[in-house]
Ligand binder design. Structure first.
Ligand code: HEM
Length: 629
């Protein structure tokens, strides 16, 4: 893995810089404030190749179809050089340095301080020439955010976090342009952090042997930048990247479904049922891919070496407020309020599934903040976590989700209507709003509205029709519920992963710390080295997991630890306590949530979105469903 490619392997950046001024990609970017006044009338948003489609590609979904640029042009080489040397020098976490002995510790402190001092003395580079290109801005955000995280988390434990002006000023300016928080995001780690595993055939091109446009697939991409240069970290990011690419099938089915919802006749109901059945299968594959993170990422490496680098201001109990120095150098800059670390909760794909299935009404509910009321201090912590995570997504994707959420004919309503025995099968009524284009990108055939089933004068025929509608409605309901359950099962699998990668290692770290205190080992005198969330698991958290039989049964050969079991096994020396006064702080996610409570809450909300089935009468049983015809 290399983060410093030669200039010959910078296809997109070079091409972009060489484009003639009249080329459509060289046209001005639209206003950052979302109005179109900065564009001449009739000129499309060309900030990216797929911007007119919310930057969602029919072949690669939320991942860009072309590889992200891997180095900024010469003007911003100082930032690239700083990132490159942090990686090459193998900077390690401040708390890991504190654990080393004598000479080794001094050497590591000296090395990381030398690097930080280099960052402090960088020139404050202008961002003016970046603002013409979304592609350059993205790379600038990625580089500066990675540099900031290296800077913050290589500091010795307990040192106040003061981000120096050469990082503050450009990072805040670039973030404002992109409408993103000035912190590492999922798009910096995953969406824009990959390159092809095979070198390009010709320098500056990315075409395959058949001269087809070469596209990223789950099998042909590698990760470009990591904190630790470990294959574990690379595998961790690639797992999410592969999920995004596999998710294209889900987006495609969502688009086809929505086209049919606008038609709404009996043929459409049949087709939608088929699409939902397929979607259930795709969500199952996403779950399998999620569980596959175990094949290349070791939980202890993830917990101790990788995850601490992700911490944002709100996921660290020790570093306190992050101070952005040098804000006065640009009076237009505003104090950042959103500083959560990167989380796959920022994946637009999972949000899109939630919204499409109508589960977001539950999982994105304002009460699902990720925090217990007693732990909410800021306005941000009081908002729905998943809604807040949309602020960390590329703005085109955020707009896409808004558009999806404002669909005037949501699928869930159709399912409720169609499966209700009292209602006739839905058809396009004259009172419905005119058909807007599907918010999902489409390069495929769009279905033309089908005529409603012709009405029959015969009452016998009417009875037959009503019966068929009811059968179709029930099959649709069943298919819809299965898709919701599949999403809930995806979240069950996610909880298993979180147990394996965070909860268990946190417990192990706590056990070791307790043992060290008991034996009065010198380790006890050292600053906390327990990674992101040194607090012990609270009884409530363990009990919540223990209650969760579904998760437990799938828990890859082991059982979720029981609160009682731990108390018995480890005796009173382990700090698992019921007393409220001594209760440990809950484990925090990189997004700052009280993770056990939050994930369980979202999972349960998803389950709660399953619609009640109707009692089946003999006349409406065993429907024979033709899939999309
Ligand atoms: C080792 C692997 C992973 C770990 C340890 C992990 C951990 C977490 C944690 C702690 C949260 C709580 C929010 C927060 O950050 O505060 C979270 C949320 C979330 N994660 Fe992961 N995650 C992993 C992999 C993934 C992957 C590969 C995906 C799929 C793209 C994913 C999707 C999500 C989603 C969608 C949420 C928001 C909650 C929800 O919608 O259910 N995670 N994750």
């Amino acid at each position: 893995m290399d983060s410093a490619p030669s200039s010959s392997s910078m296809p997109v950046g070079n091409l972009l810089l060489e484009l003639p001024e009249s080329h459509f990609l060289s046209l001005p970017r639209p206003s950052i404030f979302g109005d179109d006044t900065s564009l001449p009338s009739g000129v499309a948003d060309t900030t990216t190749l797929a911007a007119h489609d919310f930057d969602v590609d029919t072949r690669t979904g939320f991942m860009p179809p072309e590889p992200p640029i891997r180095r900024l042009p010469e003007e911003w080489e100082a930032w690239e050089g700083a990132l490159e040397s942090a990686i090459k020098d193998r900077l390690i976490l401040g708390e890991e340095v504190a654990k080393l002995d004598g000479v080794d510790r001094d050497r590591e402190y000296e090395k990381s301080e030398k690097w930080r001092s280099r960052v402090r003395s960088l020139p404050i580079l202008s961002t003016a020439n970046l603002t013409t290109s979304e592609v350059l801005l993205r790379r600038a955000h990625l580089v500066l955010a990675w540099v900031m995280h290296f800077y913050v988390h290589s500091l010795p434990p307990g040192e106040p976090v003061r981000i120096p002006p050469p990082v503050t000023v450009p990072l805040l300016q670039v973030s404002r342009e992109l409408q993103l928080p000035p912190v590492l995001t999922y798009s910096d780690d995953v969406l824009y952090n990959w390159h092809f595993s095979e070198p390009e055939r010709l320098p500056g091109s990315f075409y395959d042997d058949d001269d087809d446009f070469r596209l990223p697939t789950p099998d042909n991409i590698l990760c470009s930048t990591t904190f630790t240069s470990t294959s574990d970290e690379e595998h961790f990011y690639l797992t999410s990247g592969r999920i995004e690419l596999l998710g294209v099938q889900a987006l495609d089915l969502m688009r086809s479904t929505m086209d049919e919802v606008f038609v709404g006749d009996l043929i459409a109901l049949r087709r939608i049922t088929g699409y939902l059945q397929e979607l259930t299968g795709v969500i199952g594959q996403l779950k399998a891919m999620l569980l596959d993170v175990r094949s290349g990422c070791e939980p202890s490496v993830f917990y101790n070496q990788i995850r601490p680098w992700f911490r944002g201001e709100d996921s660290s109990s020790t570093s306190g407020k992050w101070v952005f120095e040098g804000m006065e150098l640009d009076p237009t800059l505003e104090e950042p309020v959103e500083l959560s670390g990167p989380s796959a909760g920022q994946s637009s794909l999972v949000h899109a599934l939630d919204i499409f299935l109508g589960v977001d009404k539950y999982s994105h509910d304002k009460d699902v903040t990720g925090h217990a009321p007693e732990h909410t201090h800021t306005q941000a912590q009081k908002s729905a976590f998943l809604k807040r995570m949309q602020l960390y997504m590329p703005r085109h994707h955020r707009a896409f989700l808004n558009h999806l959420a404002n669909n005037p004919r949501p699928l869930r309503n159709l399912v409720v209507d169609a499966s209700s025995p009292s209602s006739a099968a839905p058809s396009v009524s004259p009172s419905m709003p005119p058909l807007p284009p599907s918010p999902l990108p489409s390069d495929a055939v769009t279905y033309s509205p089908m005529p409603s089933t012709p009405s029959s004068s015969s009452s016998m025929k009417q009875v037959e029709d009503d019966k068929e509608k009811l059968v179709l409605g029930q099959s649709l309901l069943e298919a819809y519920n299965k898709a919701v359950v599949a999403l809930k099962e995806f979240r069950d699998a996610h909880m298993i992963i979180v147990t394996l990668y965070i909860i268990n290692p946190a417990r192990e770290a706590r056990r070791m710390a307790a043992a060290a205190v008991e034996t009065a080992s010198p380790i006890a005198d050292k600053p906390s080295s327990l990674g992101i969330t040194p607090g012990p698991l609270s009884l409530t958290e363990l009990a919540e997991l223990q209650k969760d039989k579904e998760v437990e049964s799938e828990y890859v050969g082991r059982s979720v630890p029981s609160a009682e079991g731990i108390a018995e096994k480890d005796g009173p020396s382990v700090n698992v306590v019921e007393s409220k006064a001594a209760a440990p702080a809950p484990l925090k996610g990189t997004g700052g949530t009280d993770l056990v409570r939050f994930l369980k809450n979202v999972r349960d909300q998803t389950k709660g979105a399953v619609l009640p089935s109707l009692p089946t009468s003999p006349s409406t049983s065993s429907p024979s469903m033709a899939s999309a015809t």
